[in-house]
Ligand binder design. Structure first.
Ligand SMILES: [Zn+2]
Length: 185
């Protein structure tokens, strides 16, 4: 499935940027048919790829508040399997607690090809959400997973690593394009 991107081949994607920058809508609870379909579509899109730690619905053109990411059960050596408990789905998620320190780490994003950015994130968060079946859940995430969750939840508010990055990295040969984009940032 196609991933929506801010730019591609050194050209800004105006239409995709508009959706990626939008605040995504909540999924009605209990989930309606459309909500259930959107959640399934996101899970299928994520399970079918191996180049991402997580995926948010706006990244596949669905402006809804749902994200999916590999959880602590994921085994790096095997493929991600549907329904195998190797990923978490968070519907209408809300961070209810931020604890501990912050940490700087380098992040990439399928929606921001060719760049990476240093982003400061909290190392421990608590999230309230619904799982893919509509059950209420409360989870704590720490370390790398806390980073992934904060990254994915940012997507639901139209925020990307280019907004959060304290430093942005890209290959030298693409400098003419990216220098122009980040000049005013
Ligand atoms: Zn991302």
């Amino acid at each position: 499935m196609k991933t929506w991107k801010l730019w591609e081949n050194e050209r800004i994607n105006e239409e995709e940027t508009r959706l990626l920058r939008r605040r995504a809508d909540e999924i009605p609870v209990p989930f309606d048919d459309e909500g259930k379909r959107d959640i399934e579509t996101l899970i299928d899109a994520f399970v079918g790829r191996d180049d991402a730690a997580g995926l948010a619905a706006p990244q596949i053109g669905i402006s809804k508040r749902v994200v999916v990411f590999k959880n602590g059960q994921f085994n790096e050596r095997g493929p991600l399997q549907k329904g195998g408990g190797q990923y978490d789905v968070l519907v209408n998620p809300r961070i209810t607690q931020i604890r501990g320190d912050t940490e700087k780490g380098q992040e990439g994003c399928l929606s921001c090809p060719d760049i990476s950015a240093d982003v400061v994130r909290a190392t421990s968060i608590k999230v309230k959400a619904y799982d893919e079946k509509g059950n209420k859940i409360n989870r704590r995430y720490t370390g790398f997973l806390a980073r992934v969750v904060q990254h994915e939840l940012d997507h639901l508010d139209g925020k990307l690593i280019v907004d959060r990055g304290t430093a942005i990295y890209f290959p030298k040969e693409k400098a003419p394009f990216f220098d122009k984009i980040f000049k005013d940032a």
